[in-house]
Design a protein around this ligand. Sequence first.
Ligand SMILES: Nc1ncnc2c1ncn2[C@@H]1O[C@H](COP(=O)(O)OP(=O)(O)OP(=O)(O)O)[C@@H](O)[C@H]1O
Ligand SMILES: Cc1cn([C@H]2C[C@H](O)[C@@H](COP(=O)(O)O)O2)c(=O)[nH]c1=O
Length: 221
Amino acid sequence: MTGFLLAIEGGDGAGKATTAAEVAAQLNAAGRTATVLSFPRYGATIGGHVLGELLGSRLPHAASPKAAAVLYALDRLESADAIRGAAASHDVVVFDRYIASNMAYQAAQGAADDAADLMRWIAALETEQFALPAPDLSVYLDTPVDVAHGLILRKRKRSYTDEALDAYEADGGLQVRVRANYATMAAGGLLGRWATVPTISGGLLRTPTDIATEIVEMIAA
Ligand SMILES: Nc1ncnc2c1ncn2[C@@H]1O[C@H](COP(=O)(O)OP(=O)(O)OP(=O)(O)O)[C@@H](O)[C@H]1O
Ligand SMILES: Cc1cn([C@H]2C[C@H](O)[C@@H](COP(=O)(O)O)O2)c(=O)[nH]c1=O
């Protein structure tokens, strides 16, 4: 496995899919091969299918944050060949969400005092027990919750729900706790190297091109 593993992270509607696609496009245009893998892989794995049913509220809430974390990790375990294959055949693999999403979201579901332990438990589950590769760089897209909410409403219909907001997106308190967990991970270097990229400048949303250019510059040549 040789490719650089770049994870684009952030709350719901932060602009991750848009940024991941633009980063890959800029890298490809510059002559470096890049591909995007998005998690959850709703249509590709058993874990992804079950997660779509949960987020679409067609199944009851997962029994506990650890139970939900195992499902998200299972989606990646089932994707291990796809991850390794992409890394073997590209210079850069851009993840639209990766292991840190599990840490940020599931640690935001339980008691605040348990968050740090739960984040470490999930990192160990995915990188040690499931032997998934850690990212070389995780980029936290820092988009305020109110801006992100507006961007979610602009999204096209999703494969797993007919609702404008899925179960996690509809929970404003969860989104605030998720932001705090990302800030903790980025400050503490949990899971490896982090960079925080603000998506707002001078009160306005930066263009996807501008955001992606900043990220591409962080990847060593
Ligand atoms: N920098 C930007 N400027 C203008 N529009 C943007 C920008 N980033 C994202 N958008 C738009 O906002 C919407 C949500 O963006 P996107 O799907 O990339 O977010 P996301 O973080 O991947 O969302 P989710 O967490 O729900 O999967 C899309 O309609 C997209 O076109
Ligand atoms: C990969 C992953 C995702 N989540 C959460 C974050 C989102 O609210 C939903 C679905 O993601 P999408 O980008 O809106 O499709 O799932 C998580 O808790 N753990 C993960 O590993």
